[in-house]
Ligand binder design. Structure first.
Ligand SMILES: [Zn+2]
Length: 254
């Protein structure tokens, strides 16, 4: 296994956000149908048919079981994670068909590092039609003993969640997404500050003007709002607040 980073890591509230393991998502088999009956499994291929694209750890996870004949791995998060549907729990997920599978039981793969490659390896009576990754996700701390055959004779977890209910899709290109409701982490707003005001004026309007910043009331109101100064009316108190921030280089750009 090549350890190549997708450079995709993400945390909120001290927990990892469960990210989509794929760079591109082209669903070749939906959940609930065919060999996925009664499950939330998806078959995913990449942009080009037949290409064995790598896929990456959606969170820091450990291999807890594997079946190399099927290129299959059972992975579990090291801690509770944030799922796209808002649930917080352990993640246990199964991947299959990786012809290059070489992870060892107990091996820990950090979030964003390569987990495996799409492939078409299938054994034990399973079928694989073309290069893809079969993935099914549980939002619980399961073991291989929970992996069972459902009433349709399909192997699965007791309770599964779809990819769209589990993964944040930031940095993933949806090529064939079957109109599922994909979820994204909010983009982090970039905060930038005006340069430090080093002049002597006690007026925010003059200070801004000297720095070639629009000092109109309308713009000052916007700056005030961006800096948590509510209901800006241009009162001396509000202006001093803004000026103090500007002098410290802590006035957020509006
Ligand atoms: Zn499948």
């Amino acid at each position: 296994m090549i350890t190549k980073k997708k450079q995709q890591t993400s945390k909120s509230n001290g927990r990892e956000n469960f990210l989509c393991p794929f760079t591109d998502v082209y669903i070749t088999q939906d959940y609930g149908v065919g060999s996925h009956k009664g499950t939330k499994a998806y078959d995913i291929r990449g942009a080009k048919k037949g290409v064995k694209y790598p896929y990456y750890a959606p969170c820091t996870c450990k291999l807890i079981w594997s079946d190399r004949a099927n290129g299959q791995g059972l992975w579990q998060s090291m801690a509770k994670v944030n799922f796209a549907n808002g649930r917080v729990d352990y993640a246990t997920f199964m991947t299959a068909h990786d012809e290059t599978f070489d992870a060892r039981i107990g091996q820990i793969v950090p979030q964003g590092h390569q987990l495996g490659n799409m492939g078409s390896k299938a054994g034990g009576g399973a079928r694989s039609t073309g290069v893809h990754c079969h993935i099914e996700i549980a939002q619980a701390k399961y073991t291989i003993s929970n992996w069972h055959k459902n009433k349709y004779g399909i192997w699965c977890f007791p309770k599964e969640y779809s990819l769209e209910d589990s993964c944040y899709m930031n940095d993933t290109k949806i090529i064939k997404g079957l109109n599922k409701k994909w979820k994204y982490l909010p983009k982090k707003k970039k905060i930038s500050y005006y340069k430090k005001y080093t002049g002597k004026s006690g007026s925010i309007a003059d200070a801004l003007k000297s720095m070639n910043i629009d000092n109109s009331f309308t713009h000052r109101k916007k700056i005030a709002a961006a800096n948590g100064i509510k209901n800006y009316v241009g009162s001396p108190k509000q202006n001093i607040q803004m000026l103090d921030k500007l002098k410290k280089g802590k006035l957020i750009v509006a």
